[in-house]
Design a protein around this ligand. Sequence first.
Ligand SMILES: C[S@@+](CC[C@H](N)C(=O)[O-])C[C@H]1O[C@@H](n2cnc3c(N)ncnc32)[C@H](O)[C@@H]1O
Length: 216
Amino acid sequence: MGDYWEQRFSSEGMIWGKSPSRTAYHALEIFKEHHVQSVLVPGSGYGRNTKAFSSIFDVEGIEISTEALAIAEEWDPDSRFIQGSCLEPILPNKTYDAVYCFDVLHLFLAKERKQLIENCLHHLNPSGLVYFTCFSDQDKNYGVGAKIEEGTYEYIQGKYAHFFSEKDLLQHFSQLQILETGSCKEILNYNDHSTKEYHLRYIVGRKIQKVNHDEP
Ligand SMILES: C[S@@+](CC[C@H](N)C(=O)[O-])C[C@H]1O[C@@H](n2cnc3c(N)ncnc32)[C@H](O)[C@@H]1O
């Protein structure tokens, strides 16, 4: 998958323009209410969404594409970016108050989706927050193309995505206290001035603190 993104960022640059997703501003308000100070952004691309956070929080992005990282470092110098896979523990001992992950979860098959969520939780402080967005089963591409796994379709030749129902999304995050879920339309403005509309779902959850029953 790395090659696909490398080629796209190399030929299209800031693919989805400069404006952050509306969900980034929604997450920002929730993070402020919960006194978040540090945010991890897995699959941060060229920094379109980190820039909504970086004047307020301490922000770190993890991104697989070196082409995207080169743009991100110029576009959002207030965030720090790490090259690597968000499926791996990048900095084993580093933890954050919140994770914001925009449209990355649906790129993976079931095993890797689980790995991504576990890795994010590993990097989250006790009572930390997650805000994830993903493709919805209400999107027009749901059910289009070859079925790869339950809910996952090759909707463009050579490119698949998982389309989430509300129930499926809740199951993915069943180990968290869920604060909010919802649906929204995302209108992406491409560099060539074309636009595309996607139906997304989002979920906001809090890491549940483990109670140590051995303590007196
Ligand atoms: C649909 S784009 C979303 C980009 C970004 N979140 C945004 O909204 O601008 C998916 C991003 O995930 C990155 N990506 C894909 N697989 C990854 C992985 N295993 N680790 C880190 N980043 C990854 C891609 O390079 C791309 O930047």
